[in-house]
Design a protein around this ligand. Structure first.
Ligand code: SF4
Ligand code: SF4
Length: 214
């Protein structure tokens, strides 16, 4: 199981200043998708939005590609694309819109229980603090063999990963994507993407006593 939660308001409002096109997923209802809160946010920021698309299971790449074709002009007119979905959905849209900055509107959290199966190449480890907004929509956790948050490790050869030569180096892809968007300076900023586990536990309603009991 997984759940999606809206990212913090400050980060979201900063994204709305960039004239966004909005893509919302209307798939997995069991993941507690925060649809009401998203609607509220969109209403408050209506004047800044170039368009809204709502798709069933936007993680289906071929379907999303066909569906989004009719929004081509609105997406072109936008400054960024904000996607409200789990991490896989955001990655799919980032892949479909290589020339746009694609931002995640939600964080995706892991929950115990049955995990759905996916036949896709793209994957999300539901890490609770989604980094896609710093990495051009390419996941540093699943596209890098070491799950590095401060890549590249230095071992890649000819764009291939040193751990698995069959796969592209995720951090090389991230750098190329950011460079294409003229955002490569993001990787030079002092902001180190250290995961804040306390924030994740707080968000999920865990507290110290609960952890001791476990
Ligand atoms: S950083 Fe990657 S693994 Fe973590 S929530 Fe985002 S998409 Fe999922
Ligand atoms: S070569 Fe690239 S993908 Fe492989 S571990 Fe190093 S940074 Fe990660």
């Amino acid at each position: 199981m997984l759940i999606t939660k809206l990212k913090n308001k400050e980060e979201l409002l900063a994204s709305f200043e960039k004239k966004p096109f909005i893509i919302k997923c209307f798939g997995c209802k069991e993941v507690y998708f925060p649809e009401d809160k998203i609607e509220e946010l969109l209403k408050e920021n209506e004047s800044k939005i170039t368009g809204v698309a709502r798709l069933d299971y936007l993680c289906r790449e071929e379907f999303s590609k066909l569906y989004l074709a009719k929004y081509g002009q609105q997406i072109k007119n936008s400054g960024v694309v904000i996607v409200f979905s789990c991490g896989v959905g955001v990655q799919v849209i980032a892949k479909l819109c290589p020339e746009k900055e694609v931002l995640a509107g939600c964080d995706t959290y892991y929950l115990d229980g049955f995990q759905g199966l996916s036949v896709q190449d793209l994957n999300c480890e539901q890490c609770g603090e989604c980094y896609l907004n710093y990495t051009g929509g390419i996941c540093p956790i699943t596209a890098c063999s070491k799950g590095l948050l401060n890549g590249q490790c230095g071992g890649a050869k000819n764009g291939k990963c040193e751990v698995n030569v069959e796969m592209d180096c995720g951090w090389e892809l991230i750098y190329k994507k950011l460079k294409g968007l003229k955002l490569e300076n993001v990787t030079k900023q002092s902001k180190v993407l250290i995961r804040n586990y306390k924030r994740i536990l707080d968000e999920l309603g865990y507290n110290k006593d609960h952890i001791k009991e476990e």
